[in-house]
Design a protein around this ligand. Structure first.
Ligand code: HEC
Ligand code: HEC
Length: 491
């Protein structure tokens, strides 16, 4: 942004905050590269000038229920959607289509969309994904709860045993930084091989093309778009996007995030961060590895010369980045990294099986200035469990899981059982040890897209930080928690 644009955006942001205007919804097509969010201004940039192609692909009505990709992937909400966005829609908006926008499966094929049936969309911005346990799986469904009282309950024969998985749409932006596609990696049909300067992108583009087709047939209830211009237009449009917060206006103060030596905002992300990414660039399991994952605010960190002269918000962001990079804690029992023998999901083949690991946030969020995994890494940190537990085995009490179905799964060999709200990766692999594994998403544009985690169980970023503080017994002070939150808001 040039200075004039930045000043205008500032004024708009200030006006929005002072009168508390909700985020602007832009469901029908990309508008300005800047949109207001709850905490300031979110910026999207595009390598192809937001060109949606001759078919208008991403924003075209390609199905039968009136939905487009933009129904669930809204620019102003960092290309996902929020509960607030859903509540501002007409009560028969296609978002509420009963195929997956309602709490329960439709009772007939002509059931109309109605927000009255969509409490999970309105409260948590969750979509109902239905997947069955693979026939070859080494575990079975012992029982399922039905918290919404659906006439067709989860796991029932009427829907071929499919489970209901309530999941947040992942942002359809910053896609060149991905190492896995979808929460459970089920669209990583070809292993992603992206190298620096966006080289070797073929597998990523193949996966996203398949994803676009499945989204059209599933969410939009349309005919397949394999090989069509629309499919190509969708992938070209979405892979050109970069999105990040560019102005932060918390309760008091303002910070321009691409100013005074800082490198927040979408342009730096597009021009510098994305070209530097390659698969495995910072993999904790294969040195060299650094936990200093975020450097966009290094000029604002307490160790910088500039720090004493900065405003309060800038200083808080800098302190928060330093906490993300430098605070270490014990990571205990994370299946996929270091499950322990007493965990029914123990896997002796985990890279650090049975050992506690002293690490920071960057152990998992290791992709430089992006924050997802730089290598595909399905793991279970507890978000998918019916009752997440902390390092010391106590119950983690921070998340709102009350409205999710609980699935009791039995190991076909040992008879062991676990209770989860989402079996995650195991519904793709059929493997007991993959139960509850998800990917860590890209940590950019966070402020515009609460709630967090795949199941929307953390209503805001304070809750996310609170979850981790309990889960790994980190011991962050209230001031440190607040600084970490301010930093996450500035991403
Ligand atoms: C009804 C809402 C809805 C619609 C419509 C929709 N999506 Fe999504 N999208 C989701 C959900 C939910 C997920 C995550 C699902 C999961 O991981 O199981 C997702 C995931 C994605 C991802 C994966 C990103 C990542 O980080 O792995 C991409 C890309 C995407 N969608 C693109 C599209 C495209 C392109 C279209 C239009 C063809 C579309 N979506 C239509 C809800 C929707
Ligand atoms: C052991 C691995 C691990 C560590 C350590 C870890 N995370 Fe995560 N993080 C994940 C995974 C996996 C997810 C996605 C979980 C889900 O939703 O199923 C996630 C999700 C998140 C999200 C939500 C993103 C979204 O789009 O919903 C935020 C924010 C986050 N982590 C911040 C942090 C911070 C801050 C720290 C350090 C205090 C941290 N994480 C430490 C693995 C980790």
């Amino acid at each position: 942004m040039n200075l004039t644009a930045r000043l205008i955006a500032c004024l708009v942001a200030l006006a929005a905050v002072s009168v508390n205007v909700p985020a602007l919804a832009q469901a029908q097509g990309p508008g300005l590269p800047l949109s207001l969010d709850q905490l300031g201004v979110l910026e999207s940039s595009s390598t192809n000038n937001f060109n949606t192609g001759t078919t208008n692909g991403f924003f075209a009505n390609l199905g039968t229920n009136g939905r487009t990709c933009g129904t669930c992937h809204v620019e102003a909400n960092a290309w996902t959607f929020t509960p607030l966005h859903a509540r501002l829609l007409a009560n028969n908006d296609p978002l509420f289509a009963p195929v997956d926008g309602s709490d329960c499966p439709p009772m007939s094929s002509n059931q109309e969309p109605s927000s009255a049936n969509s409490s999970m969309v309105l409260k948590y911005a969750l979509i109902r994904i239905q997947l069955a346990i693979p026939a070859t799986a080494n575990f079975t469904l012992a029982s399922a709860t039905n918290p919404k009282g659906c006439a067709i309950p989860p796991g029932s024969p009427a829907i071929s045993g499919e489970l209901f998985l309530f999941r947040r749409p992942l942002p359809s932006t910053n896609l060149f930084l991905l190492s896995a596609a979808m929460w459970d990696g089920r669209e990583t049909l070809e292993k992603i091989t992206t190298q620096a300067d966006e080289q070797s992108p073929a597998p990523l583009l193949f996966d996203l093309a398949d994803q676009a087709n499945s989204a059209t047939t599933d969410h939009a209830q349309g005919a397949a778009i394999v090989g069509t211009q629309a499919q190509q237009d969708i992938v070209t449009f979405e892979t050109g996007l970069s999105t990040a917060q560019v102005i932060l206006v918390p309760a008091v103060g303002i910070a321009l995030l691409d100013f005074q030596g800082a490198n927040g905002g979408a342009n730096y992300l597009q021009n510098t961060v994305t070209p530097a990414f390659s698969i495995g660039v910072n993999n904790p399991l294969s040195p060299p590895f650094t936990n200093t994952v975020f450097t966009i605010y290094s000029a604002w960190e307490p160790t910088s010369r500039e720090y004493p002269g900065l405003g309060r918000i800038q200083q808080a962001i800098g302190r928060g980045e330093a906490i993300f990079n430098n605070t270490t804690f014990v990571v205990h029992d994370v299946p996929g990294i270091n499950s322990v023998p007493s965990d029914p999901l123990y896997n002796p083949a985990d890279p650090q099986a049975g050992q506690d690991v002293v690490a920071g946030c960057g152990l998992c969020h290791n992709n430089p200035n992006a924050g997802n995994h730089s290598t595909s890494l399905p793991i279970n940190i507890g978000i998918t469990m019916a009752q997440p537990t902390n390092n010391n085995g106590s119950a983690n009490t921070t998340l709102d899981l009350a409205n999710l179905p609980i699935y009791t799964l039995t190991n076909s060999g040992t008879g062991a059982t676990v209770q989860v709200t989402d079996p995650g990766r195991a519904l793709i692999s059929g493997n007991w040890m993959d139960i509850g594994k998800t990917k860590g998403p890209i940590l950019r544009g966070l402020a515009a897209r609460a709630p967090y985690f795949h199941n929307g169980s953390a209503k805001d970023l304070s809750t996310v930080v609170n979850f981790y503080n309990q889960r790994f017994n980190i011991g962050l002070t209230p001031q440190q928690q607040s600084d970490l939150v301010t930093f996450l808001e500035a991403l």
